[in-house]
Design a protein around this ligand. Structure first.
Ligand code: GSH
Length: 292
């Protein structure tokens, strides 16, 4: 996930490695990967916020039948993401034990990390992309022929500039900001990241004071794709440099999230011109211990 950069004080700072495989799956197949029902498998960890974005988009757009899902164990070993939640410790359909095998089939001796979300071409077993942002945008804009009826437009043309601007700030200061703070190894670095994170949260709260969503009317409920058990076990047990004891904290109070928020009183239509998605397919339901 991270390499190390050296700060002015000589300590290592958190640096996110860039997605290396950026091929796109598109309607016209410009990169050699045309949109096709049943051809690809989305590999995620439910612990990973970047992967969750793809899981949520897939669900809202009703792509479950067209793009199947593999869920990695939240606890990695030294070969990274593995399929130890599955029978025989092998991902069904792909038949591999480690996501790294799909990376190897794509490029031998690839020096980078093995990250989720990743999309794998099922027939060849090769990784297509691990570019989380592009994956999500392409699900919204290139996979339209396979969207469910009533799927919301998650990236409306008229709002793109605004979405991109808000997303850039949220990415820099919040999404990546929590990593910068959480993985800091120096006090100065930690305090800088922390201050920046809370400054941004304050600005976002101001934006949300008078409108229900960050941009426009769209943001349907995500809760049913969240697995807090996976999130906690991954972050508290895998990153032994920042939590050597591996103790997993109790909480949060998940049912508490279901208390009425009354934010609908601010207006907005959660699905824009579309309709809510149907229930989560049975095979993909988050076990009760991990969900609100
Ligand atoms: N680097 C990815 C972001 C996704 C990411 O960082 N995923 C993390 C999990 S939250 C990961 O798989 N890291 C590899 C590791 O932990 O070994 C991208 O920019 O597309």
């Amino acid at each position: 996930m991270s390499g190390g950069g050296t700060t002015a004080y000589g300590r290592k700072s958190f640096q996110r490695s860039k997605a290396h495989f950026t091929d796109r799956i598109t309607a016209d197949g410009q990169d050699g990967w045309p949109v096709e029902a049943g051809r690809y498998r989305l590999v995620v960890s439910r612990a990973c916020p970047w992967a969750s974005r793809a899981v949520i988009s897939r669900r809202l757009l009703g792509l479950e039948g067209a793009l199947s899902l593999a869920i990695a164990d939240p606890i990695q070993d030294d070969r990274s993401w593995r399929f130890t939640l599955d029978p025989d410790d092998r991902a069904p359909v792909l038949g591999i034990r480690f996501l790294g095998e799909a990376y190897d089939r794509r490029e031998t001796d690839y020096p980078g990390g093995v990250s989720v979300p990743a999309i794998v071409d099922v027939p060849s077993g090769r990784l297509v992309t691990n570019d989380y942002q592009r994956i999500t945008l392409d699900l919204a804009t290139e996979w339209t022929a396979l969207h469910r009826e009533g799927a919301p437009d998650l990236y409306p043309e008229a709002r793109r500039d605004e979405i991109d601007a808000v997303m850039a700030d949220v990415y820099e200061d919040v999404n990546n900001g929590v990593y910068r703070a959480g993985f800091a190894t120096g006090q100065d670095e930690y305090e800088g990241a922390c201050a920046r994170l809370f400054r941004r949260l304050e600005l976002l709260a101001q934006r949300l004071a008078g409108q229900r969503y960050l941009v426009g009317d769209q943001t349907p409920g995500f809760g049913d794709t969240v697995d807090f058990d996976h999130i906690k076990r991954h972050y508290y047990q895998v990153h032994s440099s920042i939590n050597p004891t591996g103790i997993v904290p109790l909480g949060p109070d998940l049912p508490g999230w279901l208390t009425p928020h009354h934010r609908q009183e601010l207006g907005g239509r959660p699905f824009g011109d579309g309709t809510p998605p149907g229930p989560v397919p049975e095979a993909e339901q988050v076990p009760a211990r991990g969900r609100p």
